[in-house]
Structure formats: C-alpha cells, structure tokens
Design a protein around this ligand. Structure first.
Ligand SMILES: C[S@@+](CC[C@H](N)C(=O)[O-])C[C@H]1O[C@@H](n2cnc3c(N)ncnc32)[C@H](O)[C@@H]1O
Length: 249
C-alpha cells in the first residue's frame, strides 16, 4: 500500500490549484529540501520570493514557514494579477497559512539587500528568484539573493534552462562567473538550487539519498541513469559538483 506523503498531498490539494508555473518534480524536490532545512534546525529564519504571480511556488514556502513559525515575504509588481486577487486566491485555498505571509508590491529593481533585510529582520533561509526574465533584472535579483541569504540557506532560481527565458540563462552564467558566495547544489527540469559553499555537499548528499529512496518516476529515472554512468546525474558547474534530476526528452 502506498504511504501517505504530506508534501505530495499538499501539492495536490493546494499548489496544483494555483495558477502559475511549476513542474511536479521541482515542487516535490523543493518540498523535500524545505523539510530538510526544518529538520536541520532552520529555526524561525524567514523565506522570500521575487516573482509571486498567483503564489503557486510561494504556497510551498508558506507551508514550511508555518511549520517553523517563521514568515514569508512575496515581492511582485502584480502587473499580471493584482494584489487583491492574488491575496484572495491564497486566502480561499490556505486560510490557515495567511498569517505567515506579507506581500510587497513593486519592482525588485527598487529594492536593496538592506531594505529586504530590514523587512525580514534577519537573513533568509530560502529565496526563490522567479521575477523578471531580463538579463540585468535577473542579475540584480541573484545579487540580492546572495546578499540576503543566511549561511545555511538555499536559493531556487527558476527558468535557468527554459528556452523561452534566455535572459535568465545569461544572467545565471554571468552571476556564477562573478564568483559569488553561492555554488550549485542541484538542477531539475526548471529549478536550479544554489547554496553557500560550506553547505552544498550536505544538501547534495541529502537530495541524492532522497532520489535513491523515493518510489517516484523521478527517483526511478535517477537510479537508472546512475546505474549507467554517474556522469548522467552529477556534473561540474562553475567549480562545484551539481546533481541533475531533470527528465529531458
Ligand atoms: C514567471 S512569473 C512567477 C511565477 C510564480 N513564481 C509561480 O509559482 O507561478 C513572474 C512574476 O514576476 C513578476 N515580475 C516581473 N518583473 C518583476 C520585477 N522587476 N520585480 C518583481 N516582480 C516582477 C511578474 O509580475 C510575474 O508575476
């Protein structure tokens, strides 16, 4: 009999019902990484996202924040869905999680690391970069993430390998070439995860253990590729080793 997975349940009940862009494999890996942070004693460190749209990915951050009694900041221009509509959409689906959430309307280009830290109160444990796809905007957002992440945290960058968001790819490559205080941990179908150099191995080992034990199709494919050649699931990325769990055609 299949075992009950609270993250798969939450994604099915909540995340899937919010409009937006999120691939199931990335959602489940993100939920697992958030649980890992909680188990490792993340305390009440805050989380934030640049590029909320309707809050699909944000819902995962909200669920984690509720479990650690922390807060989530969502930053968006709300140019496609207005702030009131997004707030109401979330309120209907997750009324019990609304107390963790603050939404800020405006461009991330108008924010500095200091202004974000002032709102958060302390560095963040999880940051999602999923706003503008323009090269200079994404570069700005990645630098903000580097300057506001705590020493144990993770940055999730959306659209790194998306062929219809090529500015993101260029920005990630420029950013990584600038020798930031972040290295690659893992890359999935549409999320790239970065962490502080001292923490990357720990996250990578945890994620590999998860992929080796999960009964999902993602896990089966990972194990089958690993059986063929480790180079299919682990490659060098700007000087660090990165796990690959994407399923290209
Ligand atoms: C791809 S959508 C985000 C998808 C969302 N993370 C999800 O889970 O579905 C990009 C969002 O970024 C917002 N955005 C674009 N440029 C921005 C900027 N400079 N600052 C803040 N938000 C921005 C857009 O309004 C849009 O809602």
């Amino acid at each position: 009999m299949p075992t009950f997975d609270p993250d798969v349940d939450f994604i099915g009940r909540v995340t899937r019902h919010l409009d937006g862009w999120l691939i199931d494999d990335d959602a489940e890996v993100t939920a697992d990484l958030l649980r890992t942070q909680e188990a490792w004693g993340a305390g009440d460190a805050p989380l934030f996202e640049i590029g909320v749209y309707c809050g699909k990915y944000l819902s995962l951050l909200m669920a984690s924040a509720a479990r650690t009694h922390s807060r989530v900041l969502g930053i968006d221009t709300f140019q496609f869905k207005d702030l009131a509509t997004v707030t109401e959409g979330l309120r209907v689906l997750v009324p019990d999680l609304m107390q963790v959430l603050s939404l800020h309307q405006g461009s991330s280009r108008d924010l500095t690391a200091d202004s974000i830290l002032q709102v958060l109160g302390r560095p963040a444990r999880f940051i999602s970069v999923d706003g503008s796809h323009e090269h200079h905007d994404v570069l700005h957002d990645l630098r903000l993430a580097d300057d506001t992440l705590d020493e144990f945290g993770l940055v999730a960058v959306d659209d790194f390998l998306n062929p219809v968001a090529i500015g993101v790819n260029r920005a990630v490559n420029s950013f990584m070439e600038s020798a930031p205080n972040l290295v690659g941990v893992a890359c999935g179908p549409n999320k790239l995860f970065l962490a502080r150099p001292m923490q990357a191995d720990r996250y990578r080992q945890h994620l590999e253990a998860h992929l080796m034990s999960t009964s999902s199709a993602r896990g089966e494919l990972f194990r089958s590729r690993l059986g063929t050649w480790r180079g299919l699931v682990e490659q060098q990325f700007f000087g660090s080793t990165m796990l690959l769990y994407a399923c290209p055609p």
